[in-house]
Design a protein around this ligand. Structure first.
Ligand code: 13P
Length: 332
């Protein structure tokens, strides 16, 4: 039987984090279009190959979260993506939620779908090589109105159900309640909402008897809203984020990873550096690392533009960003 606690802990090794390369077809299409790249299944395959098969990534990533389509695709080397990752010591994971829909009780909020056939899908993903999973819930801040308690609670229940199913399937769950950056809110409000979201989540996880030691929490950083006109310093972000996490995340969890959430690559890197430093200095009880999508991939997509001849330069750009983010951890 898989030792889930050891597996969950194994992502947190010095200098390494997790790449989120799990954009759904819808999100991948939006991302590629943003850089003027045409979209088709073949272009999505090339998009994945650019990152997954970039030589040397294994120095910086312990795992990569994939999308279901990618588990079955092959790289330019004709090897299935999960197989080539495993061969390089990078653990393949899979996004298992099926996206969001408006919450009937509060239509401006979103609720995550995907529990119905989850056990069957988990068995398939496992047979295709996945060893860990991710489920994303979305939390929107709007003044003091949103999020509502009912929406926080419903998303927490679904995250708990997900985690329970994943653990019984012998896989590690990443629980990602993403508090969105979009909005006019202050950093203090972001901190309060992150704390409340995680607090609600852990009380529901206890009701469902989810084993805390083999879960990974994926969280947003505490930031002023993107329309607030306020720019936070890395020290402010680190202090507030860590305070929110210390207040709401039990010490037993395997670790905490951060999403980039629309921060620019340099900002996500500087904030991670301040957070890691403060966590070390203050003796935070859990290991921390990155699990970025946009902050790791965007600069490379800009260079790639969907053209074969740009692959080496785009990969060099990706590797340079990975090295900076890895250095920001300060753990090597
Ligand atoms: P970003 O780093 O682009 O926010 O994506 C991380 C992620 O996994 C979102 O679900």
């Amino acid at each position: 039987m898989t030792d889930l606690v050891a597996l969950a802990r194994s992502f947190f090794v010095p200098g390494k984090g997790i790449l989120a390369a799990d954009e759904s077809v819808h999100s991948a299409t939006a991302r590629l279009s943003q850089y003027g790249i045409s979209t088709s299944e073949e272009m999505r395959r090339q998009f994945r190959d650019l990152f997954i098969n970039a030589p040397g990534i294994e120095q910086y990533v312990s795992g990569i979260i994939l999308f279901s389509e990618t588990l079955l695709q092959k790289g330019n080397d004709k090897k299935l993506f999960p197989k080539s990752l495993t061969a390089r010591g990078v653990q393949p994971g899979i996004k298992v939620d099926l996206g969001t829909e408006p919450f009937p009780n509060s239509p401006h909020e979103l609720i995550t779908q995907g529990l119905l056939d989850l056990p069957e899908r988990l068995a398939v993903y496992k047979s295709q090589g996945a060893v860990f999973t991710k489920w994303r819930a979305v939390v929107r801040i709007d003044g003091d109105e949103l999020p509502t308690n009912v929406a926080l609670h419903e998303n927490a229940k679904r995250l708990a159900n997900y985690a329970k199913e994943v653990q019984s399937a012998g896989l590690v769950p990443i629980l990602e309640p993403e508090v969105l950056l979009e909005g006019k809110h202050s950093r203090a409000r972001s901190r309060a909402v992150i704390e409340e979201t995680l607090h609600t989540l852990f009380s529901v996880l206890d009701e469902y008897a989810v084993d805390r030691a083999s879960i990974i929490i994926k969280t947003s950083m505490t930031l002023s809203g993107s329309e607030s006109g306020k720019k936070d310093t890395p020290e402010e972000v680190a202090a507030d984020t860590l305070a929110a996490l210390v207040a709401s995340v039990p010490p037993q969890v395997a670790g905490i990873v951060f999403l980039s959430g629309g921060q620019l690559p340099d900002q996500a890197t500087a904030n991670l550096a301040a957070l890691s430093r403060l966590a070390r200095e203050s003796g935070a009880p859990w290991p921390l690392t990155f699990s970025y999508a946009r902050a790791l991939q965007d600069e490379a997509l800009e260079v790639w533009k969907g053209k074969e001849e740009n692959v080496p330069a785009a990969r060099a750009t990706f590797l340079a960003r990975l090295q900076k983010v890895s250095d920001a951890l300060g753990t090597r």
